[in-house]
Design a protein around this ligand. Structure first.
Ligand code: ZN
Length: 455
């Protein structure tokens, strides 16, 4: 199977990625609370983040920051004190945002608060009750069937739900002068690996690698709780966000299933075209998903007021695998290797965005004489060239670029029209810029007299 490579250079080691995944996986995250703070604190060891705390009750358009939820312990025990369901064994056992409780119930009373999946008898489902005061336990169907319907059980959820704040992180890479892009992920899922610890880790690696590069574009890295977090982020950064040209939501990037690309709402934005070209050039199999109003934070980012075209490259896309939102989406389900391959695909798409400037020929009257610039095989008709003269694909790219460089075309459009890999085109662009035959981004000192073209 072909492994994507990154234009940003060597990828991190699988061992380092696995270490970070293992540190973060056990933390009980939710849309607020200490689990999120601890997660962002660990990520800050890799790359500095600005952490924001938004007080409970803060309004964001049609939403309001809820009270903060924290949990210490929870269990269902028999009357001898033996724990049958234990939050410490798996934090998915407690419905996220459950109200505190400490009581004894008949099984009939308890059963109304149990959630299980009959079709997946060994899976604990992921359940939440963010905006309704309630409590519950998620259990495997086998655990549920093992309860004695005649017995009573001790039920304890040692949690607090009280005014506090919602925590999110961001980092702006704003040294460039090009358009701005959003790179967003969500931090609210407890011990679930592909959705979305994998996205959190890829986001961190991407930020860390891009922070060390010279960038032409500007990038806004955001890590928020899903849905409420993007609403809050948009409301607090409304003016800035109306100027964002496009973006990605990083989620489900390390599963064993196929690569997928979920288009932005427009389907034909630059982000979409760049990503499709990156996937095509990587020679991997991938599935195309059109925009869908159900999904992640792209729903908010591309709401009518903002309309930021936001795409998602996945490996085992959400909704498309049986383990999704269950305890089976664990560290055994994903791999560091797959996470790194998806990272390489994102970096390939971002490199295309970095190169996206119109190109202007400085020899627009006819094909330039490549031979005198040492850019052409010295033996006319020879298929392959020797020395530092470009090989055949480079020569092909040079011809296409010189033909198309009228200021309406970019490396991406040229790569698509020529059928050449984007990497081949951008290498040839570098060669031609060095040779003074094209300029990037502005018309340049193009000669105005047909009688006296610049050599
Ligand atoms: Zn999810």
């Amino acid at each position: 199977m072909i492994r994507p490579t990154s234009p940003f250079g060597e990828l991190p080691s699988e061992a380092d990625v696995s270490t970070l995944l293992r540190r973060l996986f056990p933390i009980c995250r939710s849309i607020t609370g200490e689990g999120v703070r601890k997660t962002l604190s660990i990520l800050s060891e890799y790359e500095s983040l600005t952490i924001h705390e938004v007080p409970s009750g803060t309004a964001a358009y049609d939403w309001q920051v809820p009270d903060e939820w924290n949990i210490c312990d929870a269990y269902i025990a028999d009357l001898s004190g033996r724990r049958l369901i234990d939050f410490r064994a798996n934090n998915l056992h407690v419905v996220s945002y459950s109200m505190p409780i400490d009581t004894t119930l008949t099984f009939g009373e308890l059963d109304r608060h149990l959630h299980s999946l009959p079709a997946q008898p060994d899976a604990i489902p992921y359940r939440t009750t963010y905006y309704k005061d309630n409590w519950g336990f998620a259990v495997t169907q086998r655990q549920r069937d093992a309860f004695d319907p005649q017995a009573s059980y001790r039920v304890v959820i040692d949690a607090t739900k009280a005014p506090g704040s919602l925590t999110y992180g961001e980092r702006l890479l704003h040294s460039g002068s090009g358009p701005e892009y959003l790179i967003s992920t969500y931090s609210c899922h407890p011990s679930l690996a592909n959705d979305n610890l994998s996205g959190v880790v890829l986001w961190t690696l991407l930020l860390s690698r891009m922070a060390r590069r010279a960038l032409r574009n500007r990038y806004r890295f955001v890590i928020i709780p899903e849905t409420i977090g993007s609403a809050i982020y948009l409301s607090r950064n409304e003016t800035a966000m109306t100027g964002v040209s496009g973006g990605f939501v990083l989620t489900c990037v390390a599963g064993p299933g196929p690569y997928a690309y979920k288009s932005s709402f427009s389907g034909g934005s630059l982000v979409d075209r760049a990503t499709r070209k990156a996937l095509a050039d990587a020679l991997v199999d991938w599935r195309a998903f059109p925009f869908d109003a159900a999904g992640s934070d792209e729903r908010n980012y591309s709401a009518p007021f903002f309309r930021i075209p936001t795409g998602t490259i996945s490996k085992s896309k959400y909704y498309e695998y049986d383990e999704y939102h269950t305890s089976l989406d664990d560290l055994d389900f994903i791999s560091a290797r797959d996470l790194l391959s998806t990272l390489a695909l994102y970096e390939s798409a971002i490199e295309i965005l970095e190169q996206e400037q119109p190109l202007y020929s400085q020899m627009p009257y006819c094909e330039p004489m490549l031979g005198k610039r040492d850019l052409y095989p010295h033996l006319g008709g020879a298929e392959r060239s020797a020395g530092h003269v470009p090989p055949a694909a480079q020569l092909d790219a040079i011809r296409w670029i010189m033909h198309l460089a009228d200021g309406t075309e970019t490396p991406l459009s040229m790569a698509v029209r020529s059928g050449l890999p984007h990497a081949t085109v951008r290498q040839a662009v570098d060669t031609l810029v060095s040779a003074g035959l094209i300029v990037r981004g502005h018309p340049g000192p193009k000669p105005t007299s047909l009688q006296n073209p610049r050599a």
